[in-house]
Design a protein around this ligand. Structure first.
Ligand code: UDP
Length: 242
């Protein structure tokens, strides 16, 4: 799979189908823990600022084109014909894969009621999926050893981390070597809030027009600080091209 450099970060030339095939082969090949993170314009600014974050992002096994910004930039800079692979859709498709293949999942992150109702929603949608454990994302550092033990004993092969970015990338880079059975770890940000019905995804028309970011901005105006980076990203992509 080709990896394209976009300013200070990267994005992989994957589709939903190839990403899912990768996940399945990561689990079957049994060659250690593989990480999947979402690549988007905001991370172009946050990732290089922190060496641990930078390394964990650079060494990620799959960097999905989560936002339209990455798709347009990869196309513009490299002529790549990639399409969006939204992290929340990939997560749900991994749950389906897990249900079909009998893989076990562990869900760590978000508020307790969000984590619980998202887990119930996943179980309702994919009745045969084995959720072998879950934990809300507000655990103190002293209790982390206990959580690692629970994840290992749950025998889950798939870990969904919903701590938001960069917290989830930092967490996995700190604890990955203690996770003895996890084969695939996906950073899923605020996906559990969507599954629990707390946060609405943009209607299809916004997604089809590449305007999901705009919908999120008008429905959560506090994201303005993060989204203010988008025009800067577009200008820097233009500068890199010319
Ligand atoms: N979160 C958490 N623990 C924390 C801080 C945040 O589990 O200490 C959760 C929070 O409840 C929310 C998610 O992380 O569910 C952050 O979502 P956001 O939309 O900010 O993440 P993004 O998708 O933008 O990375």
């Amino acid at each position: 799979m080709k990896r394209y450099p976009i300013l200070n970060i990267w994005v992989d030339d994957c589709t939903m189908e190839t990403a899912l095939r990768q996940v399945d082969s990561f689990i079957k090949s049994n060659t250690g823990l593989k990480t999947i993170f979402a690549s988007n314009p905001e991370k172009n600014y946050s990732v290089p600022e922190n060496k641990i974050l930078y390394d964990s992002f650079k060494n990620a096994d799959l960097l999905i084109p989560d936002g339209i910004g990455m798709v347009l930039a990869a196309n513009f800079l490299h002529g790549a014909q990639i399409k969006r692979v939204p992290g929340c859709e990939l997560m749900q498709n991994i749950c389906k894969l897990a249900a079909d293949k009998g893989y076990k999942i562990f869900i760590y992150g978000a508020k307790e009621e969000v984590n619980k109702s998202a887990a119930e929603e996943i179980q309702r949608t994919y009745p045969s999926v084995k959720i072998s454990g879950r934990q809300n994302g507000y655990l103190s550092e002293e209790k982390m050893d206990g959580l690692i033990k629970r994840i290992n004993e749950s025998e889950a092969q798939i870990l969904f981390l919903a701590l938001g970015s960069p917290r989830q990338e930092m967490w996995i880079s700190k604890y990955r070597h203690q996770l003895t059975n996890i084969k695939v770890c996906q950073g899923i940000g605020g996906t559990l809030d969507v599954l629990a019905g707390n946060v609405k995804r943009a209607p299809e028309i916004y997604c089809n027009m590449g305007l999901e970011w705009f919908y999120r901005l008008i429905s959560e105006p506090k994201r303005i600080k993060r989204q203010a980076k988008l025009p800067l990203f577009a200008i820097q992509v233009l500068i890199q091209k010319f």
